[in-house]
Design a protein around this ligand. Structure first.
Ligand SMILES: *Cc1c(COP(=O)(O)O)cnc(C)c1O
Length: 457
């Protein structure tokens, strides 16, 4: 398709130069969003009948548009859940694109799907699920949660014909990620939330279930526990929850999209006890497994149930079911048909560095949270809201009102110094605006934290 011409080679060199510079420097500027009208003024028309040329488009991208973005891997980007893809994984993201492999069916993608499967087997092994468990890489935690819960409902309905016309019901806690509620809407499933200031206990789940009417209990098919809440790093009482699920015959889905990385450290692994009893698990490699966006993962205790729920049928797809092409077909285990091999960058990076380096990198995040807690204890103007959990630090600046937090966030962002966003801490008494760090990037230093805390003085 491509004619080899000098322009193309020059363009390729330009792109590689940019990539090499980007992945070998940590002093990348933290950019700020600009109004679309302002960007348009600076960039002008880019989509024209004749094109503006790759050189010009790339120049505009580098000089005008990238500065209007926040590099999520900046060492002082501690808002939301940051990311920090390894250099090996970024390079292999380019290789993945250049290799043009269809990631849906073994028939076309065998060699690439093999790599994803190697990475997936390792992910499964750290959860403690049996070796017969398996999963696939998805576009993220949202798609992983949806794929798992659609499987749960499909299985529940396959047991009794009458359930096909029942609206399902799921139980989760207030600590669950917003995607759980959003995906319940997509599925048209009723969602009950157990109010939990801290972790959801088995007893609280039991109480919630007991308070349902007989008709509601009949419709209940799944419980979503969180292993590492996105806001605070809190892990639900998975053991107690698994007991209730077992007794009531409910599907247990554990959302470890953010927290999953902490399964790698012997210091935090015991907090997850019970996860090996779940029916499905969500883990986001693009969070604490240092993969580029976007890469989530859904793991099933019994992958056959996922296949029954997700396999798409169509006359032009029949060939993929042929004996000769039989192998693992990732598309049959989640909601997406055509897919890139988004697990490949993770595979290459794991193969390059080894799993020990991954453990060390996760432990660096845990350590930064501990250091932050010590620093906060030692300073007069700030105090902890609750003890650290995983790599989340929730703290307040004494005497500040909600607007002070907002102003502080924007000030640091405008200066290009740091992006640290406030959050809400909800208790039975009400909701308070506070400050929050979440650590992923192993390049963040103690000096970075001191600087950010000083900026609150
Ligand atoms: C981030 C997150 C999600 C959503 O994942 P995406 O990759 O953003 O779709 C779901 N659950 C939890 C616990 C998360 O932290």
């Amino acid at each position: 398709m491509h004619n080899i011409d000098m322009d193309l080679i020059a363009m390729t060199m330009d792109v590689m130069k940019y990539v090499i510079h980007r992945i070998t420097h940590t002093d990348i500027k933290i950019g700020s969003p600009q109004k679309e009208s302002l960007l348009k003024e600076e960039v002008g028309e880019t989509i024209t009948p004749k094109g503006i040329g790759g050189e010009r488009a790339f120049q505009l991208f580098k000089e005008v548009l990238v500065p209007a973005t926040v590099p999520i891997d900046h060492p002082r980007h501690l808002a939301f859940v940051p990311a920090s893809p390894t250099r090996a994984s970024i390079m292999f993201d380019l290789v993945t694109a250049a290799s043009s492999i269809h990631g849906s069916y073994w028939m076309e993608g065998a060699g690439g799907i093999f790599c994803e499967m190697e990475a997936m087997r390792w992910l499964v092994s750290i959860t403690g699920l049996p070796a017969s468990a398996f999963g696939v890489f998805t576009s993220g935690g949202t798609a992983a949660n949806l794929s798992a819960l659609v499987t749960a409902r499909h299985h529940w309905r396959s047991i009794k014909e009458e359930r096909k016309s029942l609206r399902g019901l799921m139980i989760t806690s207030t600590g669950a990620h917003s995607s759980v509620e959003a995906m319940a809407r997509v599925m048209d499933v009723e969602l009950k939330e157990v109010f939990c200031e801290e972790d959801m206990k088995g007893s609280e789940l039991q109480k919630c279930f007991d308070a349902l009417s007989a008709e509601e209990q009949e419709r209940t098919f799944a419980v979503i526990a969180t292993a590492g809440t996105t806001n605070a790093g809190i892990i639900d009482d998975l053991q107690g929850i698994a007991d209730v699920c077992k007794e009531k015959g409910l599907w247990l889905h554990v959302d470890a999209a953010y927290g999953g990385g902490a399964l790698l450290s012997p210091k935090t692994k015991p907090l997850f006890v019970g996860i090996e009893r779940s029916d499905s698990i969500t883990i986001d490699p693009h969070k604490w497994f240092f993969s580029p966006y976007d890469c989530g993962a859904v793991i099933y205790r019994n992958p056959k149930l996922a296949k029954a729920a997700h396999t798409q049928e169509g006359s032009y797809l029949d060939i993929f079911q042929d004996e000769g092409s039989r192998g693992f077909n990732p598309s049959e285990y989640q909601i997406q048909l055509t897919r890139r091999l988004r697990g490949l960058p993770l595979w290459f990076s794991l193969a390059t560095h080894g799993t020990d380096r991954y453990r060390q990198a996760v432990e660096k995040g845990l350590e930064m949270a501990e250091i932050s807690q010590q620093l906060i204890h030692s300073m007069d103007h700030v105090e902890m809201v609750r003890p650290i959990a995983l790599s989340c630090v929730l703290f307040r600046r004494k005497g500040w009102n909600p607007d002070d937090y907002t102003r502080w966030t924007y000030d640091n962002h405008k200066k290009g110094y740091a992006l640290v966003a406030p959050t809400q801490w909800k208790t039975k008494q009400g909701s308070e605006r506070i400050a929050r760090f979440c650590f992923i990037n192993p390049d963040t230093t103690k000096e970075d934290i001191v600087g950010i805390l000083e900026s609150m003085k």
